[in-house]
Write a protein that binds this ligand. Structure first.
Ligand code: ADP
Length: 467
């Protein structure tokens, strides 16, 4: 075998509507930032183009300033630049104010004459226009989900013939549940497409928007940013810990978590954490069942979650008040979004419950493991690729070069989740030494972007090959 030719660095521009930590709603925002950072660390040049929302967290943007502007789309678009987590980020601010509405998603419900699809359709093309006008010629335009799916066709039809012609398009599906009708077009017009786990790739491969393009469709399991999620260096925790002081570290975090939640700490029983959007995807009825089962087994439970749907939010509000009336004093629901609290829950829990009905990749189970918290998950999508059941997945884990690291279940009824949760709780109660060993397995596994970033870089190169 000859020496591998070193390919020149790539210039990658991600066009996205979410970016952690300044404009994050879910996993998409995390991926754009942490994949970008990982590619930069491999020596490539990464830029992100984002709408300039009025809700941006400016405290996390360095050297923010207006750099240029252009008239396009019946408005003037100001362009700002700043560094986000060390990534060059460009912000587009149309003067018609479509991104000055106090939110990232949800204008469909407001008295604004534009839907989310129209706002992001505008943004997708404005980003291309900015690239044309600033004479950028990146190697890769990376677009994400239905929001920036319109980039793919617009690039090939309206920009490639007119001078912005070096780039090839890579399109990533973070969640096919939204805007699937926009996704087919991007699948057709992109040179390579990805989704965020191998199992999810297989699960959606029969979908009409995908099967015609299955040959260029890859499953790459997401990573997490090891600097942001690092128990040994996490300023949101009252105490840092690494593999050698898991017990003490987690005990201190649990203490702080209970204090924050205004509940007594009961250190002898498992702490069950839940960090999630409360949407049908996440298995709302299974979340409720899991809370009940954990309480029946004497565990403490802390849930952090927001429901975009007000009836689901009210549901959890009601459940919480009923539980309190029934003297469940050792549990808490935090029904809002709170990044620092999420860190405290990942660190202070023993088990993290993720009973999703479907889950393209899922980040919370990966984060939990890094903090020595054992995931209990429904076996679907990325959860199937990353969680290996303590009792039944020894062989499967071995094939992947992994060790068992959690508990899984298949069905969607009470019995199914109870069975997995009970096995986890039993191990914690009855065999604390074995439970500690399982926590150590979790912490020892590398869920960073090291490996997936290399897969993406290969896909970027493949997208540039003539076909
Ligand atoms: P999805 O993208 O479907 O929401 P993921 O598991 O891929 O699910 O990503 C969820 C991310 O959002 C994780 O980083 C998780 O910690 C975070 N998160 C979810 N809900 C909350 C919340 N209420 N407060 C803080 N962080 C949250």
């Amino acid at each position: 075998t000859g020496e591998k030719l070193k390919e020149p660095p790539l210039h990658i521009v991600s066009i996205s509507v979410e970016m952690a930590p300044i404009a994050k709603v879910g996993g998409l925002g995390d991926v754009v930032t942490s994949l970008g950072r990982a590619c930069q660390e491999e020596g490539h040049k990464v830029e992100v183009i984002l709408p300039k929302y009025d809700t941006l967290d400016y405290s996390a943007i360095q050297d923010f300033k207006e750099i240029t502007g252009f008239s396009w789309g019946a408005t003037y678009n100001r362009v700002f630049h700043g560094k986000v987590e060390d990534i060059d980020t460009y912000f587009i601010d149309p003067e018609n104010g479509m991104f000055r509405v106090g939110m990232i998603y949800g204008t469909d419900y407001l008295e604004i004459p534009m839907t989310d699809a129209e706002r992001f359709g505008f943004f997708s093309k404005a980003a291309l226009e900015f690239m044309l006008q600033s004479k950028r010629q990146p190697d890769i335009i990376h677009c994400h989900d239905w929001q920036t799916a319109p980039c793919a066709k617009a690039y090939w039809e309206d920009y490639a013939p007119y001078g912005l012609n070096n780039p090839r398009v890579v399109f990533t599906i973070h969640n096919l549940n939204y805007g699937a009708e926009l996704i087919q077009e991007a699948m057709t017009y992109s040179q390579a497409a990805t989704t965020v786990s191998r199992t999810y790739r297989d699960e959606v491969s029969g979908h009409e928007s995908i099967h015609e393009n299955i040959g260029k469709f890859h499953g790459v399991v997401n990573g997490i940013d090891p600097d942001i999620w690092d128990p040994a260096n996490d300023d949101f925790l009252p105490r840092y810990y690494d593999e050698t002081e898991v017990i003490e570290g987690k005990a201190a975090c649990r203490e702080a978590l209970c204090a924050y939640s205004n509940i007594p700490n009961k250190p002898g029983v498992p702490m069950v954490g839940i960090v999630t959007r409360l949407t049908p995807q996440k298995g709302v009825h299974l979340i409720k069942r899991g809370v009940m089962r954990a309480l029946e087994r004497g565990c403490q439970v802390i849930l952090l979650g927001t429901a975009p749907d007000p009836t689901i939010q009210q549901d959890f509000d009601m459940m919480f008040h009923q539980l309190k009336q029934n003297h469940h004093d050792f549990m808490a629901f935090h029904l809002y979004y709170n990044e620092p609290l999420s860190h405290l829950i990942y660190a202070g829990s023993d088990l993290l419950l993720v009973p999703s009905m479907f889950e393209p990749c899922g980040l919370s189970q990966l984060i939990a493991m890094r903090y020595g918290t054992v995931p209990v998950v429904r076996r679907t999508g990325g959860l199937n690729d990353t969680v290996f059941d303590y009792d039944v997945d020894h062989k499967k884990a071995e094939w992947e070069g992994m060790k068992p690291n959690g508990f899984s279940f298949d069905g969607m009824d009470d019995g199914a989740i109870d069975f997995a949760l009970d096995r986890a709780i039993n191990l914690a109660y009855d065999k604390p030494k074995d439970f500690r060993a399982l926590q150590a397995n979790c912490m020892s596994q590398d869920w960073s972007w090291n490996r997936p970033a290399l897969e993406y870089i290969e896909i970027y190169h493949a997208a540039r090959k003539p076909y």
